[in-house]
Write a protein that binds this ligand. Structure first.
Ligand code: GLU
Length: 272
């Protein structure tokens, strides 16, 4: 009986390895065959991925970028919600084909998954009660909220080692903790902080001091070795830059007609 169990275990493990190898081999062909690309996106990170109050649809910058890629491929998009902590496992287990979820492209993550060229640039800051924080010293020994599995969590521990970092499933929960006085600051990428603050009823009580602790370039995540999909995605991103479409998408979510008035300080290039 023990032997049979062992045999089943070995067969199951081999099947899993085989599925992963096949999945990694050519998602692009698979996506074209199925006529659908499954994208992992955020659902409470305005304006990157969130549920629009009127249409009840998932919308945002990340979603428009995925839609543009799907258009190029001539396939439909299916959106699945991910969190910062779940996005890499979801991809590796084959539940999604691509991550478009405010994800920083860095060397550590690139050991596990492949990234597209960077398609957005931001940097890590804090939300605090107005006037409470002038420099990083003011955050020493304080409680700071962020999201599990994010670079924000790692960066803040390095930047302010004396702080107690509380990691939530997502950023809105961290902001709630700030409103309730359970943490003294929330930290993540500035563009995300500005987005969640804009949806907060008592936003006038808070601010984002000009204290940046890192650069965060976003990449689209794909399975390691998924060469054809990565090159199609990169080609599309460069075309979107050339045609002005990437700038239009930026402007739609961050430009002068929005509450953010952000300048586009980056271009999508093959170098990043
Ligand atoms: N961009 C950072 C990261 O990839 C923070 C935002 C997030 O948690 O998605 O971890």
């Amino acid at each position: 009986m023990k032997k049979l169990g062992m045999l089943l275990f070995v067969v199951a493990s081999l099947a899993m390895v085989f599925t992963r190898v096949v999945l990694a081999a050519d998602s692009l062909a698979e996506i074209k065959k199925k006529g659908v690309i499954v994208a992992g996106v955020k659902d409470s990170t305005p304006p990157f991925g969130y549920i629009d109050e009127k249409s009840r649809q998932l919308v945002g910058y990340d979603i428009d970028i995925v839609n543009a890629i799907a258009k190029k491929l001539g396939v439909r998009v299916e959106l699945k919600t991910v969190t910062s902590a779940s996005r890499m496992p979801q991809l590796q287990e084959g539940h999604i084909d691509i991550i478009a979820a405010t994800m920083t492209k860095n060397a550590e993550r690139a050991k596990v998954i492949d990234f597209s060229h960077a398609y957005f640039l931001t940097g890590q800051k804090f939300i605090t009660r107005k006037g409470s924080v002038k420099n990083l010293k003011d955050l020493e020994g304080k409680r700071i909220g962020t999201a599990k599995g994010s670079t924000s969590e790692q960066n803040v521990k390095k930047a302010i080692p004396t702080a107690t970092v509380l990691s939530f499933d997502d950023y809105p929960q961290a902001l709630l903790a700030l409103q309730q006085g359970k943490v003294q600051a929330v930290t993540t990428d500035e563009a995300i902080l500005a987005g969640i603050l804009s949806k907060t009823p008592n936003k006038a009580q808070f601010e984002i001091p000009n204290l940046q602790i890192s650069d965060e370039p976003y990449g689209l995540g794909m399975r390691k070795g998924d060469k054809n999909l990565v090159s199609l995605v990169n080609k599309t991103l460069l075309e979107l830059e050339q045609s002005g479409e990437a700038a239009r998408i930026f402007s739609k979510w961050f430009g002068p007609t929005t509450q953010f008035h952000l300048q586009r300080t980056f271009k999508i290039t093959a170098a990043k």
